[in-house]
Design a protein around this ligand. Structure first.
Ligand code: SF4
Ligand code: SF4
Ligand code: FES
Length: 941
């Protein structure tokens, strides 16, 4: 397959409803009013040469290559900046136009090295028919030094024609405003921040400027190192829940670059530094490609054949079950693997192990979303598509940091905010969106960690007591008795903002203002993240959000809704596929005989009607000697789950821990079998993003370990006595569709045809469902739930006077297993503790000092960053690096409904330190010892 080429019509489409008919080169064409001549010509099949124009940005009109003639008008206007008019007659080619374009191109080439293959500059020079310039300027820019500071792309000013496309991409598409054109005339040049190297500037390395540059002045280093790509396939990013689609551009088996796909409905041609550049982990030297086994974790690993590894694993699981009982083993599915792979792991557990001991990493992130939205609306998923943000008037962002966690969607949010939408931020930290170029939140409610329910219930109090509810919506769409009970509950004086201020720390006047804005500002949408779910009242908070949306009628149409921003690429899909111990795919409870019957007939195996163990219960049972074998696919529970010491104790108590992953992760330190995993580049399948959008990932290279992950699970299932015969993941999707009503219209062929599908997709919605609950809630009537604020048991006191909250940053992802093995580490070499200047000063802590972070669960050390982003009394850190072991300090408190850990509230003390704790030192020694591989170990001796 050759390179997939995007069509660029030069300027954005016009949204006007009225049409205009004109003639271009003798052909009549009708287009919406406001369309540029350049775009109209392109739609008519005539490409006008262009350099400064591209259709994802407003026309700029600087290069003068796109000149045309218009009958009855003097001169040769630029077709990119001239709108069409009724009965206009346009000529795109003539002797005069040809001469003028050649002249302009020659002037550009007079101060430009020979344009390189693969650049628009080269293409345009050829299109215009200019090979070289006749002009010899006295001065030129050819010797200007290259900026090679960024690890992924270079900036060569010699090739720059100052077209400003990069600057406009940074402004209009990314919304960072890091680039400007400095100087004037001959001295005009692109400058990052205040004339800084790209790396140290405000540039976030999203790649929008590189993609926009028509000359190769900004270009990926990989293109220089590997050469121009020869083939491409469209695939989906394997990092976050935005689900950006990319063209993986290849030279042979090497990825040259990942170019965001314009037709991708989640990202609309944009990207962030992770999806765009950070795929190098796929070929990192630490990737393990051979299966390995060992009898105990203090022995070195022994490389074995796939046959031996699979036979050994199956024998171990059989031995454990016959000795300790059917329920003594289980599995964990991965939110980074495909829907098909996840489906197979839960099928293996239910049909092969004969129990429901399957869980997923959503347990520690969005399980409260599933529970809370199912209870209130009837579906465990967000209500909108990302496009909906374009119609939003008020955005409320709670417990999410979109510019770091969901950067591509954050750019769309910021664009809408620049157009005039209003913003409310509810977050203990002053996240970037509170104030960023051309954006200022109307309200920032810096609540104390753990008080989300108090804040949201107080907002509901204002809305109800001030008569700001949408009575018509409530009457028609919601259960009225429940609503009345809820309204009386929230209206009580003790739930007023003034009464709640003592708990939340949020000034009552601000909270009242925010509530009024949300209720009366037009289309209001709530976007939330793990700052909502990872609490002891995570599920209650999700329900409080749903209450607000229903009370104000902000659900069931464009521009509104309840939108969980999912963390991992396929966390929605992992939940949809039946990864929870109590639910089959499509969220049917295992106790439902009809659902079970359908699966039993198809799978030819009896299914247990009782829910199985959740991850924390598996670990507890292991410590109690009842749970002995675990298959973990693509999840590092030792690093990602709370209370690391307890996780370690649980794993250490098991007799067969099987890690199926790319690297020897932290969990593998306690494993007896290692099955090498495959990357998203090496397999076919689907991911489902935060908007319920199912998208294909496509194999662009052969699996370096020999098998896609779905094949490994199939080998294991068959070794356990099952009889699976899947030849391709599309057959697994066919089975998913057959047993899952919300997926009944989904197939690989249909996904190929439509590009993507948002579930539910069935007979009534054959092309999927962008917005849910349009005419009625999936559960029938919307359910209001009383949301009593209950303070967490995790209390600050003299020993632990600060509250720790955790999160992630833009360049790193989750436990960092992938991003730490890319050049992204230049932006984040270590986890740091953010501490307010007052708290730092009180403790004698300076910028960059080592500090001890202690809680009642444990202690660790890391370095301090002093910043007013966090409020006094609150500290913050990330959990991307294993040596920090941030989860050594997080506690076992968890959400009342789902056991989602309370990562966001831990009472801690911070004090100066000289270096690692005993635990960290002991852990490092254990990890090094445990990672030995026999051949290497023998060679070293
Ligand atoms: S770097 Fe590229 S996109 Fe930016 S102004 Fe120069 S030529 Fe245009
Ligand atoms: S926003 Fe998320 S899905 Fe998109 S490129 Fe970045 S990490 Fe990948
Ligand atoms: S493309 Fe129209 S002026 Fe540059």
């Amino acid at each position: 397959m050759n390179l997939i080429r995007d069509i660029d019509r030069g300027t954005p489409a016009s949204a006007a409803e009225e049409n205009v008919t004109l003639t271009i080169d003798g052909a009549s064409i009708t287009v919406p009013a406001g369309t540029s001549i350049m775009r109209a010509a392109s739609l008519a099949g005539t490409d006008i040469p262009k350099l400064c124009a591209t259709d994802n940005m407003k026309a700029f009109g600087s290069c003068r290559i796109c000149l045309v003639e218009i009958e009855g008008r003097a001169g040769t206007p630029a077709s990119c900046t001239t709108p069409v008019a009724e009965d206009m007659i346009v000529r795109t080619a003539s002797e005069r136009i040809d001469r003028l374009r050649k002249g302009v191109m020659e002037l550009y080439l007079s101060d430009h090295p020979t344009p390189e293959d693969g650049t628009e500059m080269r293409e345009m020079a050829e299109m215009i028919g200019v090979a070289q310039s006749r002009y010899l300027p006295i001065a030129n820019h050819l010797g200007a030094p290259c900026d090679i500071s960024n690890p992924y792309f270079d900036f060569d000013p010699a090739k720059c024609i100052v077209c400003s496309r990069c600057v406009r991409a940074c402004d209009e598409v990314q919304g960072t405003f890091a680039l400007t054109i400095s100087g004037r005339g001959f001295g005009a040049h692109v400058s990052a921040s205040q004339e800084e190297p790209f790396l140290s500037s405000e540039c976030v390395s999203c790649g929008a400027c590189v993609q926009a540059c028509p000359t190769g002045s900004l270009q990926e280093k990989a293109v220089r190192e590997i050469g121009l790509p020869e083939t491409s396939k469209v695939t989906t990013c394997a990092y976050c829940g935005v689900g950006c689609t990319f063209k993986a551009e290849m030279k042979g088996e090497q990825v040259v670059r990942m170019v965001p796909w314009k037709l991708g409905k989640a990202n609309r041609g944009h990207s962030c530094v992770k999806g765009r550049f950070a795929w190098g982990y796929a070929t990192h030297k630490e990737r393990i490609l051979d299966p390995m086994i060992r009898d105990s974790v203090d022995q070195p690993w022994q490389k074995v054949s796939w046959e031996e590894a699979i036979a050994h694993t199956a024998a171990e699981f059989r031995r454990i079950q016959s000795k300790y009982g059917k329920s003594s083993v289980g599995g964990i599915t991965s939110s980074r693997c495909t829907n098909e792979e996840t489906f197979l792991v839960q099928k293996l557990v239910r049909a092969g192990f004969g129990n429901n001991n399957v869980d997923t990493c959503a347990r520690v992130c969005h399980s409260p979303t599933g529970y809370g939205l199912k209870a209130t609306f009837g579906t465990s998923a967000g209500t909108q598509d990302f496009d909906s943000v374009e119609a939003c008037d008020v955005m409320m962002v709670i417990g999410a940091n979109p510019t770091d966690g969901h950067p591509v969607f954050a750019s769309r949010m910021k664009r809408r905010l620049r157009q005039g939408a209003k913003l409310i931020v509810v977050d203990p930290r002053r996240i970037d969106m509170v104030r960023t170029p051309h954006i200022e939140a109307s309200y920032h409610l810096p609540l104390r960690p753990g008080t989300n329910v108090a804040v949201l219930t107080a907002m509901a109090h204002v809305i109800v007591t001030e008569g700001l509810t949408d009575e018509a919506f409530i009457r028609e769409r919601c259960d009225l008795d429940e609503y009345r009970e809820w309204a009386a509950f929230v209206a009580m004086p003790e739930r007023s903002p003034e009464a709640m201020e003592a708990y939340t720390g949020v000034p009552a006047a601000d909270l009242r203002g925010a509530a009024r804005l949300y209720a009366t500002g037009g289309n209001s949408a709530i976007y939330y993240g793990l700052g909502v779910t990872e609490h002891s009242q995570g599920t209650t908070t999700v329900m409080a959000i749903a209450n607000l949306a229903m009370a104000t009628g902000n659900i069931g149409r464009d521009g509104v809704g309840v939108n969980p921003l999912r963390g991992q690429n396929n966390v929605q899909g992992a939940c949809d596929m039946g990864s929870f111990p109590h639910e089959l795919s499509g969220y049917r409870h295992v106790s439902d005989p009809a659902a079970r019957d359908m699966f039993e007939k198809l799978w030819g195996a009896p299914l247990d009607s009782k829910p199985g163990l959740r991850i924390p219960n598996m670990l507890d049972a292991a410590v109690d000697g009842l749970f002995k074998g675990l298959y973990v696919q693509g999840e590092d529970i030792l690093q990602s789950d709370p209370n690391t010491r307890h996780v370690a104790a649980g794993l250490a108590a098991m007799e067969c821990v099987v890690v199926h992953d790319l690297f020897l992760n932290e969990t593998a330190n306690y494993a007896h079998v290692f099955l090498p995993g495959s990357t998203f580049l090496e397999k076919d399948g689907t991911f489902t993003n935060a908007e319920r959008r199912i998208q294909l990932i496509r194999k662009v290279m052969a699996p370096k370990n020999g098998y896609g992950d779905w094949e490994v699970t199939q080998l294991l299932a068959n070794a356990m006595g099952l009889d699976w015969t899947y030849a391709h993941p599309s057959q697994i999707m066919d089975e998913i569709a057959a047993v899952t009503p919300t997926f009944s219209g989904v197939s690989f062929a249909r996904l190929d045809e439509l590009g993507s599908i948002q579930w539910p997709c069935n007979e009534t919605a054959p092309e999927g469902t962008p917005i849910m609950h349009m005419d009625h809630f999936v559960r029938g009537k919307g359910k209001f739930v009383l949301t009593e604020y209950v303070a967490t048991d995790e209390k600050i006191g003299p020993r632990f006077p600060l509250l720790l909250t955790t999160g992630r940053i833009l360049s790193q992802y989750n436990v960092g297993a992938q991003t730490r093995r890319t050049a992204n580490t230049v932006w984040h070499e270590e986890d740091r503790l953010e501490i307010h200047p007052h708290d730092a000063e009180n403790r004698g802590i300076g910028e960059g000092d080592w500090v001890k972070l202690a809680s009642r669960a444990g202690e660790t050390t890391l370095r301090a960053t002093i910043t007013a982003r966090v409020a006094p009394g609150v500290v913050y850190t990330t959990f991307h690096h294993p040596m920090t072991q941030a989860n050594v300090v997080t506690t076992e408190y968890s959400d009342w409904a789902t056991n989602c850990p309370e990562y966001k509230v831990t009472a801690v003390q911070v004090s100066p330190s000289n270096g690692p704790t005993e635990w960290q030192e002991a852990y490092e020694i254990q990890a090094m010892h445990s990672r030995r591989i026999a051949a290497a170990a023998e060679a070293a001796e």
